[in-house]
Design a protein around this ligand. Sequence first.
Ligand code: DI6
Ligand code: FE
Length: 411
Amino acid sequence: MAAQNKSRAGGLHLWRNARLATMAEGDAGLGIVDKGAIAARDGLIVYAGPEADMPSALAQGGETTDCEGRWITPGLIDCHTHLIHAGNRANEFEMQLAGASYEEVARAGGGIVSSVKSLRAASEDELVAQTLPRLDALMAEGVTTVEVKSGYGLDLGNERKSLRAARQLDKQRPVTVRTTFLGAHALPPEAKGDKDAFVDLVANTILPAIAAEGLADAVDGFCEGIAFSPEQIARVFDKAKALGLPVKLHADQLSNLHGAELAARYGALSADHLEYTDEAGAAAMAKAGTVATILPGAYYFIRETRKPPIGLFRQHGVKMAVATDNNPGTSPLTSLLLTMNMAATLFGLTVEECLAGTTREAARALGLLGQTGTLEAGKSADLAIWDIERPAELVYRMGFNPLHARIWRGQ
Ligand code: DI6
Ligand code: FE
């Protein structure tokens, strides 16, 4: 695959005769504009709004696309993925379907550790080659920005390899990739059960080296009984803060260790999963401006029964993002459209919340709200053009892709 030109497309381009869902914060609801148009210059939106109000200097010039009444939304953003991994765990899925418990699967060499083994055995190029089909599946549904975590390497060489592979994705496809270092994801076999020593290694050795190479845009951790304690995560976060990197957290997925409060205390961009988060957690997130990233794919796949407290998030004004959590163990999901359907069906999110969750709020969860996530002048011309009659169709269908065209930075 030839490397794509990552510079912004030059010149003026107009998309006319469209219906817009701007998703802009100040606009009511989806920010619907019935007879809308967008103008972009050098890959940046210079106008988005009613076609009739477009400044004539723009309306007269430029290459024009007639959208024939189609809908335009901001390009979709998948703000939580473990897209870089090697192999898959379909064998474990079969074992579980045959009645094996999680412990039995783990004893047979399964679980996160099996993905660590496969990733360590793969070269950087092999990781890129294995990941591109997953990235392509996301992009085919209008994704223009994707977050990619490490966390299956668990030593410096393999975490570095994972994040370099993630940076490669960005060079090989017309998409924005944001990388997140997830060293505190699981305990590797060589740590021999010593979580504290491993956290020291992550915080004091691996993270500074990753940061020095500029390989991570953010730092994440897995705060859970089966992973790391709040105190251990705090040690990683302290180092991240000292290095000037924003943090995110896998919080309260399987139990309430008050991960939401921990994330809020560190001013985290987002806290993710949150099935067991309580009211104090929601209140703390609201106060800190930490986005709640809802991950219905993992909830569905592991047949979780406890739902995230959507009502509390609404009540306290916590912003909600929606993401795939693509990973080989608990969410082998590469459809953000299906994820929206699950967020609505399983958790009761509205169409507006689902669409905001995969555009504006996902951008916020990545610290990118100034650059993308809404159709507003000054932002990147990241657009998804849809063959639909109403935006609800994007949430309603299961396994059907109505994307007509995907525009990234104006191209
Ligand atoms: N939470 C999860 O559900 C996954 N990672 C995480 O932090 C599990 C990942 C895996 O099983 O491979
Ligand atoms: Fe995850």
